[in-house]
Structure formats: structure tokens, C-alpha cells
Ligand binder design. Structure first.
Ligand code: FMN
Ligand code: SF4
Length: 260
């Protein structure tokens, strides 16, 4: 990713304030004779220097998205009470209304994933939306699980109570977003933000660990998802409008926390 980009400093604009040098996490700027200069193009390409420069003197080539000016007065933080209310009220949804998810809502959910930070700024997370072809993917996963379930049932009473019906994985949801990444944490963070955005649009989500497992076990599913050698399925967000309303929050353990 990084070799495609270059950091450039417009000398005519630079006033030598040094903000970019102080803020660069890779110590990759010198300021000499009142002008900033990039030491090496081998860096995180995180964009801090672009974001902080008061003169808009720093640019990075090769990105599809241009930087957007942030209005100093505009709130960028979420309201803590509303966020806590939303986090407390969310539940895994396993019953979905027969109602499609509009394209612009998909776009907003994927955008939430795209904007999530990644380790070393690798931006290694990608998304496969199963919608028109959802039944074919589910049928493949069902076939796989029906083969392995007899063995799982030998040791698990929950598995003995569970039958693998045709809707075992996706519960009749209209769509699934499969989150693919090289790094597990990168994909999981993206998925969490996507779930929040889905919830903000009135959707319900189920993280499907079972489909994730199927996609990791099955070469056929990997191929159909178009996974590269180093890419893995981190999770799958089964989503749609809920056909269920929960009346109260569920009990949870207290936070395991210690202060040192
Ligand atoms: C990573 C992950 C994988 C999960 N996989 C499944 C799954 O395959 N099938 C399922 O019914 N629930 C799955 N769940 C849902 C959990 O069972 C659920 O989050 C937990 O019971 C707490 O309930 P809540 O999400 O409604 O608060 C998964 C949850 C997470 C976080
Ligand atoms: S932040 Fe901008 S103006 Fe200040 S030294 Fe860096 S490039 Fe020059």
C-alpha cells in the first residue's frame, strides 16, 4: 500500500512552524532553514502531517479520497449518554423482517469500517456483501457443517440440541457483510464500528462465528469469497431489520478491572 504513495511538502506554503515534525509518529520530518522536509518515503503514511499543517502545505499522492477541512466548532465526539444507551440496548439479532436493506445504508455501514484505524495503517480490511447470492453461500456452509456436526455432537450437549437447518447461519437475513483482513484486530475493530453504524440505521446484527468458522475451513468458500493468500475471514455480520423487540437489557458480568 505504502509504495503507491508519496508525501510532498509545498515549500512555498510551508512557514517552518514544526507542527508536522512534532506530530509525526515516525520521526520522519526535519525542519531546516525554515522549511519542513520529508526524510524518507518509508513511513506509515498515516496522514497526521496532512491533517495538522496550518498551511495545507503537506499532501500525500495516490489516495482516492481528498482531505476534508474540519470545522473547529463542529462536534466530533459522540454524546456519551446516547452512546451508552445504544451499547447497553444492543442485542444479537437472530430474527429478521422481510425487508431489504437500501444501498445507501450498506454504503454507510461499509464507510464505518473503512474509516476504522488499522495497525501500522495497513488498511488491510475489505468487505464482501452477500445479498443476491446469499443462499448459495449459506447452502455451502450448511453442507459443510452437516458433515462435521456428528463429530461435534460427541462432546457437546448444545450441539446435540442443535439441528443444522437451511437457515442455520443467516437466519433469513437479507444480507451478510463478510469482513476480511490480514490482521484479526483490524477486522474486528472495523466490524464493531460497522455494527454501531448498522444499529444507528435501525438494523440488527448477528456476528456469525459459525459462518466465519465455515469460511476458514472450506477452500471452496474461500475461493468464492475471492480471498487472497494472506487474507482471512475475521467475522461475518449477518444483518437486516429486526423482527423482534427486546424490552430490557440482559444481565452481564461486572467489568473485570484492576487499578495499579
Ligand atoms: C465473535 C462473535 C461470534 C458469534 N457467533 C455467533 C454465531 O455463530 N451464532 C449465534 O447465534 N451467535 C453468535 N454470536 C452471538 C453471541 O452468542 C452473543 O453476542 C452473546 O450471547 C451475547 O448476547 P448479545 O449479543 O445479544 O448481547 C457471536 C458473537 C460474537 C461476538
Ligand atoms: S506543519 Fe506545515 S507549515 Fe508547519 S513546518 Fe510542517 S509543512 Fe511547514
Amino acid at each position: 500500500m505504502r509504495d503507491r504513495h508519496e508525501v510532498l511538502i509545498d515549500e512555498a506554503r510551508c512557514i517552518g512552524c514544526g507542527l508536522c515534525r512534532e506530530d509525526c509518529p515516525a520521526a520522519n520530518i526535519v525542519v531546516e532553514q525554515g522549511k519542513a522536509a520529508v526524510i524518507s518515503q518509508d513511513c506509515l503514511m498515516c496522514g497526521h502531517r496532512v491533517a495538522i499543517c496550518p498551511q495545507a502545505a503537506v499532501t500525500m499522492t495516490g489516495f482516492e479520497e481528498e482531505p476534508r477541512e474540519l470545522d473547529a466548532g463542529a462536534p466530533t465526539a459522540l454524546d456519551p449518554d446516547r452512546l451508552q444507551q445504544a451499547l447497553g440496548a444492543r442485542r444479537s439479532i437472530r430474527r429478521f423482517a422481510d425487508r431489504p436493506v437500501p444501498d445507501d445504508v450498506f454504503a454507510r455501514i461499509v464507510e464505518a469500517g473503512r474509516l476504522t484505524p488499522t495497525a501500522k495503517n495497513e488498511q488491510d480490511v475489505s468487505f464482501v456483501v452477500l445479498r443476491d447470492d446469499i443462499a448459495r453461500f449459506e447452502a455451502r456452509a450448511v453442507r459443510l457443517f452437516r458433515r462435521v456436526m456428528p463429530f461435534v455432537r460427541l462432546t457437546s450437549s448444545m450441539a446435540r440440541r442443535t439441528s443444522i437447518d437451511d437457515r442455520f447461519f443467516f437466519k433469513g437475513a437479507p444480507a451478510v457483510i463478510v469482513v476480511i483482513a490480514r490482521g484479526d484486530i483490524d477486522g474486528a475493530l472495523a466490524a464493531s464500528n460497522m455494527e454501531l453504524m448498522a444499529q444507528a440505521h435501525g438494523l440488527g446484527v448477528l456476528y456469525s462465528g459459525f459462518f466465519t468458522m465455515a469460511a476458514r475451513l472450506s477452500r471452496g468458500l474461500r475461493r468464492e469469497l475471492g480471498l487472497g493468500r494472506k487474507q482471512k475471514v475475521v467475522t461475518a455480520l449477518v444483518l437486516g431489520y429486526p423482527a423482534v423487540r427486546y424490552r430490557r437489557t440482559a444481565p452481564k458480568e461486572a467489568a473485570a478491572i484492576s487499578w495499579k
